[in-house]
Design a protein around this ligand. Structure first.
Ligand SMILES: [Zn+2]
Length: 185
């Protein structure tokens, strides 16, 4: 039994090892939902860092206005939910559709790294850049955003680890983290 599981894991790892950057470009381009993009994020972290976790939920909420700019998302430390800021998401989809998916990838990757226990902000941003280069190469928009976030989103800021919204009404995104069991081990 254990051997079968090990073989299954080895097979999965091998399959993932041969994925090229082209595959990641295609995966992101063909992703249709937030859940699809999260699968791309998880695979990217697995490919690049061999780290994963399951059991996460995604919520959408209005995270309000902040003096320094807008938050893309936040992760309440110790929880199992990533909360994306709904208003900028909708605005970017309408006004800058070409950057919509790279933006989501960037934001979810950042928060996913927090859920893996990386809480240092500058460390996480550095990892986001390294992973983006690993899976997409240098020229991709997701890498561009990671390199120079302000160039693409001059108001985007990242909440500190202890930040909490005033009002936490959120809707849960169905089908998020559907592959959660496949990487546990
Ligand atoms: Zn952060």
């Amino acid at each position: 039994m254990a051997n079968n599981i090990d073989r299954e894991k080895t097979r999965k790892n091998k399959t993932e090892n041969i994925q090229t950057r082209t595959t990641f470009h295609t995966r992101l381009e063909t992703a249709k939902t937030l859940a699809d993009i999260f699968e791309v994020v998880k695979t990217a972290v697995w490919e690049s860092r061999r780290k994963s976790r399951g059991g996460l939920m995604l919520g959408l909420a209005n995270l309000g206005n902040n003096p320094q700019g807008f938050f893309g998302a936040f992760y309440p430390v110790g929880s199992n939910v990533i909360v994306m800021n709904k208003i900028p998401l909708e605005r970017i989809k309408e006004t800058r559709p070409e950057i919509y998916k790279p933006y989501i990838f960037h934001i979810l990757l950042h928060e996913y790294l927090h859920t893996l226990g990386y809480l240092d902000e500058s460390g996480v941003r550095k990892m986001v850049l390294e992973i983006s280069i690993d899976v997409f190469g240098d020229e991709h928009l997701a890498t561009g955003i990671a390199k120079d976030t302000a160039h693409y989103f001059n108001n985007l800021v990242y909440p500190g680890a202890s930040w909490q919204p005033d009002d936490m009404r959120m809707e849960l995104v169905p089908g998020f983290d559907r592959g959660s069991t496949s990487y546990i081990g």
